[in-house]
Each structure stands twice: as structure tokens, then as C-alpha cells.
Design a protein around this ligand. Structure first.
Ligand code: ANZ
Ligand code: ZN
Length: 772
């Protein structure tokens, strides 16, 4: 066992003092820039989790390798600190969210530093810092001024437990993504961001970036591009538009269906056209009270016909009945469909249940399709307000005569006022609504009495531009309009994060960046050049880690017992980086033993006194390892890179006993180890008499000639038929090859009792024995 504690403390101090990881703003001495990014954490009260670390170690390895390769690296860190857990904690404990946040970030900072991550701490950001959210609010105002932020009454997903509205992206299987509670539809006035206006750009941009294919697929499916036709069906005195992707089936339409929320329904109910009003009203009431999960899970189709009129099929003039059913959703297409039970499963089910006709008619050729071309997206506008305290106040003033007005930019930030009570109000408004002195303002338009918007932004706001914030942070302020900085640092060269953010943060932040690009703030349209994803770290036995199960692993204890280097190595050795892996305590013990062996070997080496004898096999292995570790890091095959280091270590151990290892090989080994286990590597480097810091050392290069294979696979044929293959030395002579071929068991059977008449030899390829 080596004593990791003094070693790790010592080098962390030296690194901090030398400010090695500061990203240098342009001109940066002509060095090319490299921007490596991980998803900044939410500083929860529980502290850092071993799951967080996996991604951070991976990009730390990349960042350290890049520095050695001569890049000006930006590898930043910060806190995504607004959000519900801190607010809920405030409700329970009475401790103000900013106090809890401050305490939590202190813990996270200490923990991250104890792991030796090479973050540029000078650029640390915090989304709850008024200097920071001033710009979050400023960006919101730009959206507002461009008509992309608007307030609207719409049916939103309402979490009954959290008492907040959720975006579609935050609802999974009809339940709240945060608390798992039931979600129902509620009509509410909400702020929305018009992300749908960017659906095309969000799709097209995917062709230009290097994202994992599964990430692109998820985003494409989420945006949900669909081309079809908008077809008008005359119905009573109205024209009823439907969206269909199968206009060729129009001859077989036997009824139409409207969503229960469809405005057409209430219009007809007012018009006194409908004979079964009570029945329709009852059905609508019933349908609207159902939660999304009930709608999705119900197997039984339900519905009611609007009796008293018929719609006309514009293709064949047939009269068709109009139904209301909740299998049609209001938020897609036009909220109305033409039903073709002969071709569509769901329509067939409905038709069977309500005894509606099924007509198999031939498909209609394209030139006869009515309606006009229409592209639809599954993507919905982003519900951007929350009725909670711990978020960025939406910088809008509401005046009875002037309407919604932006807070003048010079008055930003609109700071969160202190409140006494963090509990959501029973009227559903934010606790901010209770702070009269904050709410009452002078209207910037007419100078009359007006009120502040009391909604706050969702927890996704601050992270939608944080990758820009790092680039433009100078001391305490953010130079978002400083083109030079964004031009130099953007796009992010390599961004790693969780798959769970693909249709949330990753989509939102691309949207913000695209918009900021359009208004001339950001020079590039796409913010991330490359995006990869790590697999989850599960608890022992592949069970999800959670507080309630008591199986959350605290990195502090591991750092104390085994050291940061062992933990870092283990995080990467756990298994393939992109796959979920289960924690196993024995694994970290193994890593610690590996480091102890390295220590044992290298502390015996006196500087420059090791053997200088040439050993071709060892030289080859050293250079093959350089190549393997280099390539594996780039491909995120960290586990196999570590294995390669283990193989090399065993060989070095064997050969050094016989004094066969040139000193330079030990140095190479340490350099390869450095990105993974920086503390110990740096200590051993110093131990071998090297004065420099490894961050400033060049990454080793491999010698192409040395790693060239010196064998090839000889094809053995008898009478032109391949009978076997054999690994032999390159340049093998015909005589030797012939002997080897004759002795090869697969060939021997065909040669028995026969005479070789002729030998055809193609050097370094094949040998053909011709027999009779
Ligand atoms: C007639 C038809 C015949 C249809 C057929 C499909 C198959 P995507 O690909 O998802 O865009 N549809 C349209 N709006 C809807 C809504 N608001 N709620 C539920 N269903 C809706 O699917 C488009 C198809 O889904 C449309 O084409 C429509 O049914 C249905 F053999 O029209 B189709
Ligand atoms: Zn006014």
C-alpha cells in the first residue's frame, strides 16, 4: 500500500498555486483552443455522487491529454443551482434557498477538488448569482422582443404534488419527471417559448454535428417531423380542417373525429345545432377530468357522436358523421382526423365498438388529393413559467393599459426579493405574489401603477446558455456581447452528459444558441461540435442508487480510504463507458493494488540508473501501448486503456528485475498514467528526478516502425484449395514455408501417400503444393 493522502494533498496544492488549468483568452500565444464540457451539477444537499464523477473523470482525462498535446484547454465547472429540491428544503427547514445553496456548493467544491479535476476554477459560475441571471433574463427579453416568448392560456401538464406546470419533456408515462406524481391537464395562463419556430433548424443542425447516433435519433423523433395534407371537410356552416399523412385513403373515410377540447365542439354547442347536447357535454366533462396517464392507458375506446348534422367528404361528396373522442389529441395537427377504419388500426377499433361502417376503397392517386401540403411536428412550445420561488424572476411588467412590457434592460437583473414563506400559495401563484412591495411597480410605458410578473423560469433556463457563460466570464461579470470571446471559444469541442437530457437540456440549449446566433450574439449556429454520453452508475447488484434504498456511495470515504487516483481509475475501469455499470467495492481495491504495484516498481528506480539494454519485444509493447492508450482515450474506451497499462506494468516488472528496461520507458509509462491517476503519476515523475509538471510535458508519440507486425498469415493450399493458415515470420524463405506447410495438420491429410510435384510460392502471401 502506498500512502496516497500526503501525495494527493501536496500536488493539489501545487497545481492550484501554479494556476495550470486556466484557460487563456485570445490571443493565447497562438495556441489552438480546446473546449471540453461536462454537465454542471445541481448542488443538492446530498453532496457529490459517484455517478456524477464518471463523466467528470472521462473529460478530465481528455482535457489533460489535450494540454499535453499543446492545446489551450477550457474545462470549466459551475452550479446549476435553481430548482425544486432546494426550495422544498426551504419549505421544510425555513433555511433560505440561497443559504442552503451556498453551503451545498461549498461541499461540492471541496469534493471536486479532492478528486484532482483540472477545472478552471476561475470561471466557476452559479446560475443563482444575480450577475449570472441578469443575462438569463436579458436573453428572455430578446425572445420576448422577437415574438418568441408569449403568454397564453393553454392546457398544460399540472403536477398535483409539486403544484407546478410541466413541459411535455418533463412528463414521462403521464407522471411528473421529478416526483413521479400524477399529472393532469389544466387550463392556465403560462409563459411559453416558441421552440416550434426552430423545429426545422433544430432538425437540420443535427446533420452538421458529431453526436452519438442514438442522440440524433432521439432528438429527431422528439421533434417528430411529419409531412401530410391539410384537408377541409365542410361541416354545417364551418370548414373543418383535418391533418392526414394518408390522403390516398380519403375515399374510405367513414367518419370524422374531434378532440374533446376542439373549439369547433363548443361553437356547435352554442349554435344549437346539436341534438344530443347533454350527452356531448357529459362526455367532454368526463374526458377532460381524466389524466394523461388514464387516457394513454385505457384500452377501451370511448366517444360520442355529434348528432344533428353531417360533414361532406370533399373527394366523393359522401356524408359522414362527426364524433368526439379522446383518442384524438388537441395538441397535434388540427385536433381533428378523418377516420379510415379500412386502413387504420385505431379507427378500426373505434368503428367496431360503435358499429360504424368500414369501406375498403382503392387508394386515390396523388394528383386527385384535395387539401394542401402541411408539415407537422410533435414538438410543442416550451412551457416556460413556474409558480415557484427559487428561479429567475421573469422580467415582465403587467400594466392594465399597456399590457405585458419588458423590464428596461438597464434595470436588470430583477432580483429575487426575500420572502417569509416559501410555500406555494393556495391560489396557485408563486410565493412572490405575496411580496407587495416587490410586485408593485411603475409602468415603464405609461408611468401608471403596474405589477411585476410573479412567475419564475423553469430550472432549465440557466443551463440553456451556461456554455456561453464560461467563455465570457471575466472576473465577476459576463461579457455576453463580447464577440471576440465567443468567436474564439465556441463551439464546445466535446460535450459529455447523460442520455436523460437529450430531449430536455440538450434540445433547449441548442434552441437558445440558434436564436442567439440569429440575433448576432453567438457566431456559430450549433453550440456543440461533439456530444457523447455515459452510462449510469448503479449500486451493487445493478440496483439504482437512491437515498431511500440507502445504497448511495459517498466518494469522500473512498477518497479517504483508497485515494482520488484509485477512485478515478475505478470509475473508468468499471465497464464500457457508454453502458450502465454496477458498483463493486472489490473493484476499487483492485485499482488501489495496481497503483501500489506501480509505486513499488518505480520507487526502486534510481533516476537514470535503470538498465539501458535494448529489448525489441519490450520496445514494441511500449509503443503499442502508447498507441492503444491514445486511441482508446479518443474512443472513450477507457477501460481497455487501463487494461493496456496493466499489461505494460507486468512486462516492466518482469524485465526490470533483469535490468532490461531503459529509463525512458518508465517515463513513458508515467506519462500514459498521468491523465488517469495524476497525483501518483506526478509524484513518481518527481521521484525519477524530473523537475517539470506533467501537464506541460508532451504526450508521448509512438514509433510506427516499432509497432509494425513482424508476422503474417501464410495461406496453405493443396492443389489450389485452401487447407489451412499459419502465422509465420515476414520474409520467410520458400524452403522453410514448404516445410511448415507440409507439417501443418490440416494439409498433412491431403498429402499423405502423395508426391509433391510442384510448389507455387507467393512471398508473404501463400504456398500452394501441387500433388498427384
Ligand atoms: C387518415 C389515415 C389513414 C391516417 C391511415 C393514418 C393511417 P403522424 O405520422 O404521427 O403524423 N392523426 C392526425 N392528427 C391526430 C391527432 N390530433 N390525434 C390523433 N391522431 C391524429 O400521424 C398522422 C396520422 O395520425 C394522420 O393520418 C391521422 O390519421 C392521425 F391509414 O389520417 B391519418
Ligand atoms: Zn402602462
Amino acid at each position: 500500500m502506498y500512502n496516497h493522502r500526503p501525495v494527493e494533498k501536496k500536488w493539489q496544492k501545487i497545481w492550484e498555486k501554479r494556476k495550470l488549468w486556466r484557460a487563456v483568452n485570445p490571443p493565447a500565444g497562438g495556441k489552438p483552443k480546446y473546449y471540453a464540457l461536462i454537465e454542471f451539477p445541481y448542488p443538492s444537499g446530498d453532496g457529490l455522487h459517484v455517478g456524477h464523477i464518471r463523466s467528470y473523470v472521462a473529460l478530465d482525462v481528455i482535457a489533460r491529454k489535450r494540454r499535453m498535446e499543446g492545446w489551450n484547454v477550457l474545462y470549466p465547472i459551475g452550479w446549476d443551482a435553481f430548482g425544486l429540491p432546494t426550495e422544498n428544503y426551504a419549505i421544510k427547514s425555513g433555511i433560505p434557498p440561497e443559504v442552503a445553496t451556498d453551503r451545498n456548493t461549498k461541499t461540492f467544491r471541496r469534493q471536486l477538488k479532492s478528486l484532482g479535476f483540472s477545472f478552471d476554477w476561475q470561471r466557476e459560475i452559479n446560475t443563482t448569482d444575480p450577475n449570472y441571471y441578469k443575462w438569463t433574463q436579458w436573453i428572455f427579453l430578446q425572445f420576448f422582443k422577437h415574438g418568441l416568448a408569449y403568454k397564453d392560456s393553454s392546457y398544460i401538464n399540472w403536477c398535483l404534488a409539486c403544484r407546478i406546470g410541466l413541459a411535455n419533456e418533463e412528463v414521462t408515462g403521464g407522471r411528473c419527471e421529478r416526483c413521479g406524481g400524477l399529472v393532469e391537464k389544466r387550463l392556465r395562463k403560462q409563459w411559453l417559448l416558441r421552440i416550434t419556430a426552430y423545429a426545422d433548424k433544430l432538425l437540420a443542425g443535427l446533420d452538421k454535428v458529431n453526436f452519438l447516433e442514438k442522440i440524433k435519433t432521439q432528438q429527431r423523433n422528439w421533434i417528430g417531423w411529419s409531412e401530410g395534407r391539410l384537408i377541409q371537410f365542410p361541416a354545417s356552416s364551418l370548414q373543418l380542417p383535418v391533418f392526414t399523412t394518408r390522403p390516398d385513403t380519403i375515399d374510405g373515410v367513414t367518419y370524422l373525429v374531434l378532440a374533446p377540447e376542439h373549439p369547433f365542439v363548443s361553437k356547435l354547442l352554442d349554435d344549437k345545432k346539436i341534438k344530443n347536447k347533454q350527452e356531448v357535454k357529459k362526455y367532454i366533462q368526463w374526458a377532460m377530468a381524466r389524466t394523461d396517464i388514464q387516457r394513454q392507458e385505457s384500452k377501451e375506446k370511448t366517444g360520442v357522436e355529434l348528432r344533428g348534422f353531417k360533414a361532406i367528404n370533399p373527394y366523393n361528396q359522401e356524408k359522414v358523421p362527426v364524433w368526439v373522442s379522446d383518442y384524438v389529441v388537441m395538441s397535434y395537427g388540427t385536433g381533428a382526423i378523418m377516420a379510415v377504419p379500412a386502413y387504420d388500426e385505431r379507427d378500426l377499433e373505434f368503428a367496431k365498438k360503435f358499429r360504424l361502417p368500414v369501406k375498403s376503397r382503392p387508394l386515390v392517386p396523388e394528383k386527385k388529393w384535395p387539401g394542401k401540403k402541411q408539415v407537422n411536428y410533435k414538438l410543442r412550445d416550451w412551457v416556460f413559467s413556474r409558480q415557484r420561488y427559487w428561479g429567475e424572476p421573469i422580467p415582465i411588467i403587467i400594466c392594465e393599459s399597456c399590457g405585458y412590457l419588458p423590464v428596461p434592460e438597464k434595470d436588470l437583473p430583477v432580483k429575487l426579493p426575500k420572502v417569509k414563506n416559501y410555500q406555494p400559495r393556495s391560489d396557485g401563484r408563486s410565493p412572490l405574489a405575496s411580496v407587495a412591495s416587490w410586485v408593485k411597480v411603475k409602468c415603464p410605458g405609461c408611468a401608471g401603477p403596474a405589477q411585476r410578473e410573479t412567475d419564475t423560469m423553469p430550472n432549465w433556463a440557466g443551463s440553456s446558455w451556461y456554455f456561453l457563460a464560461y467563455a465570457v466570464k471575466e472576473s465577476k461579470s459576463y461579457q455576453l456581447q463580447a464577440k471576440k470571446l465567443l468567436k474564439y471559444w465556441l463551439p464546445v469541442d466535446w460535450y459529455n452528459g447523460g442520455m436523460e437530457h437529450t430531449t430536455l437540456h440538450l434540445l433547449y440549449s441548442r434552441f437558445w444558441n440558434l436564436f442567439l446566433h440569429d440575433i448576432g450574439i453567438v457566431p456559430c449556429a450549433e453550440p456543440y461540435q461533439k456530444r457523447t454520453a455515459h452510462g449510469l452508475v448503479l449500486g451493487e447488484g445493478r440496483i439504482k442508487m437512491s437515498k431511500s434504498r440507502g445504497n448511495v456511495i459517498n466518494p469522500d470515504e473512498l477518497v479517504e480510504e483508497f485515494g482520488a487516483d484509485s477512485l478515478r481509475l475505478y470509475e473508468l475501469f468499471l465497464g464500457p463507458f457508454s453502458e450502465a455499470v454496477a458498483w463493486d467495492r472489490r473493484g476499487i481495491v483492485g485499482m488501489n493494488r495496481f497503483l501500489s504495484r506501480i509505486c513499488g516498481l518505480l520507487s526502486k528506480q534510481q533516476s537514470k540508473k535503470a538498465g539501458e539494454l535494448r529489448d525489441h519485444q519490450l520496445a514494441k509493447l511500449v509503443h503499442q501501448t502508447i498507441r492503444k492508450v491514445s486511441d482508446d482515450i479518443e474512443a472513450m474506451h477507457f477501460n481497455t486503456a487501463v487494461s493496456a497499462l496493466m499489461i505494460l506494468l507486468s512486462e516492466l516488472e518482469k524485465k526490470s528485475a533483469a535490468s532490461l528496461v531503459p529509463h525512458s520507458y518508465f517515463l513513458i509509462f508515467i506519462k500514459l498514467l498521468f491523465p488517469f491517476a495524476p497525483h501518483l503519476a506526478q509524484e513518481l515523475w518527481r521521484g525519477l528526478g524530473e523537475k517539470s509538471l506533467l501537464d506541460e510535458q508532451p504526450w508521448p508519440a509512438w514509433d510506427k516502425r516499432l509497432i509494425k507486425e513482424d508476422t503474417f498469415t501464410l495461406v496453405i493450399q493443396v492443389n489450389g484449395k485452401t487447407r489451412g493458415r499459419l502465422k509465420v515470420k515476414i520474409g520467410i524463405a520458400q524452403k522453410e514455408a514448404e516445410k511448415a506447410a507440409k507439417e501443418h495438420p490440416a494439409a498433412a491429410g491431403h498429402l499423405r501417400g502423395k508426391e509433391v510435384k510442384q510448389v507455387i510460392f507467393v512471398p508473404n502471401r501463400l504456398i500452394n503444393l501441387v500433388v498427384v
